[in-house]
Write a protein that binds this ligand. Structure first.
Ligand code: PMP
Length: 421
């Protein structure tokens, strides 16, 4: 491990960051468990940043990838192949409304780039509306959509309006969705030409610290944006595929149907895969020129992606996330009663956040304590994510095979570590 760490510092770019003072060298994974070079087992509560949906090295997905790789690895879409069509059919069948056409790409950033491009071409407008505290990518285009200064390099950010975050815990208007929506309207009225290209939001902010948007917000915001000529984009890179338990897609928890949906991470259980699903009308704006992606929808990733959808259905993972998530939230809420440091427990299913504060009334971020607990949890064999602007939120988004016993182990480890702070 130490040697890899040293080499990484010289042969890889210096902007890379790592978790833990002594970073872990993970060499093997099986379902919800990871193993380091010494054979120590860890309970993975973060799944490679919400990416491993079905479980590490899930046999059905490994098999689909291996079989396809042996037969044919790559040709691009200039030739026909059954896997991309079957995958697109299966994926769009999971969508409500007229969301029936897919474009495949290789990452969440690429998916959001394409969505923004379509929004601009379809609407004939340039302005995009995004939420503060959002993460949508780090490319030259999507960096503008991202609303967290920690990720923003000083380059032109495009024509983007960052509106107030409807964050029930820290937001200025609490859970008052109408007040936040009014601010969207005012941005459009005063800050742009009165017309916009589109609006993008994660229903459950991931990087921003597992923030579930105020109930009813998306419906109001979508109406305002559509009146101003814009299309509505749901970023489901983290919240899709049944993870929230109550619904297959995060946006469904707010009772809306977007015009464009972007996906990545969990869609491939670890394969580099992203998708944009939209209506035939919106999709057709790209046919005025050529839109081509060398690896987008390649046979191997398509076979793997199809296997993911099948596993999630076969193993009834959405219902499982609801069941285990409810148990975990209940246990975390009792932990909150015991430990003053837990300011907020939030989320749904296996898309949860635990925000740590030194003062519950002032909501002062418990930055140093979060780091200390984070290290202790690792020593106890539990890996969680860390996020939020102040880095004081534990993000709990494990592979969806996570069990109630795993949930108990996680909460017991937190209890043990917090008791010794
Ligand atoms: N959208 C969301 C909500 C994300 O969390 C991320 C990645 N953290 C992205 C987009 C970008 O995805 P990628 O890293 O695959 O480009």
């Amino acid at each position: 491990g130490a040697e890899i760490f040293e080499k990484r510092k010289t042969v890889l770019g210096p902007s890379l960051f790592h978790y833990y003072q002594k970073p872990l060298n993970i060499v093997e994974g099986k379902m919800q468990y990871l193993y380091d070079e010494h054979g120590k087992r860890y309970l993975d509560c973060f799944g490679g940043i919400v990416t491993v949906s079905c479980g590490h090295c899930h046999p059905d997905i490994v098999n689909a990838v291996v079989e396809q790789t042996k037969l044919l690895q790559h040709t691009t879409t200039i030739y026909l192949h059954h896997a991309i069509v079957e995958f697109a059919e299966a994926l769009t069948s999971k969508m409500p409304g007229n969301l029936k056409v897919a474009y495949f790409v290789n990452s969440g950033t690429e998916a959001n780039e394409l969505a923004m491009l379509m929004a601009r071409l379809y609407s004939g407008n340039l302005s995009m509306v995004a939420l503060r505290n959002a993460y949508h990518g780090g490319s030259a285009g999507t960096i503008g959509l991202t609303g967290l200064q920690t990720w923003k390099y000083p380059i032109p950010q495009g024509e983007i309006h960052h509106v107030m975050n409807p964050d029930p815990y820290r937001g200025t208007f609490g859970s008052d969705a109408a007040a936040y929506a009014k601010e969207v309207e005012e941005h459009i009225t005063y800050g742009s030409s009165g017309r916009v290209a589109g609006f993008i939001a994660e229903t459950f902010q991931g990087v921003g610290g597992a923030v579930e948007l105020a109930p009813g917000y998306l419906k109001l915001a979508y109406d305002i944006v559509r009146k101003a000529g814009g299309v509505c984009i749901a970023d489901e890179v983290q919240s899709g595929f049944g993870r929230t338990g109550s619904h297959y897609w995060g946006f469904q928890t707010q009772g809306v149907i977007p015009d464009i949906v972007t996906m990545a991470k969990g869609i491939g259980n670890g394969l580099p895969l992203g998708a944009v699903v939209t209506t035939p009308e919106i999709a057709s704006v790209l046919s005025q020129k050529i839109q081509f992606n060398t690896f987008g929808g390649n046979p191997v990733c398509s076979a793997g992606g199809l296997a993911v959808l099948k596993v999630l259905d076969k193993e009834k993972r959405q219902a499982h996330c609801a069941d285990v998530g409810a148990h975990l939230v209940e246990r975390l809420k009792s932990l909150q009663e015991k430990h003053e440091i837990i300011g907020d427990v939030r989320g749904r299913g296996l898309m949860l956040g635990v925000e740590l504060v030194t003062d519950r009334k002032e909501k002062t971020p418990a930055k140093a304590e979060t780091i200390e607990l984070f290290e202790k949890l690792k020593d106890l064999g539990v890996l969680v994510g860390k996020g939020g602007l102040h880095g004081n939120v534990f993000r709990i988004k494990p592979p969806m095979c996570f069990s109630k016993d795993d949930a108990d182990f996680l909460v017991d480890a937190m209890d043990y570590a917090m008791s010794r702070l």
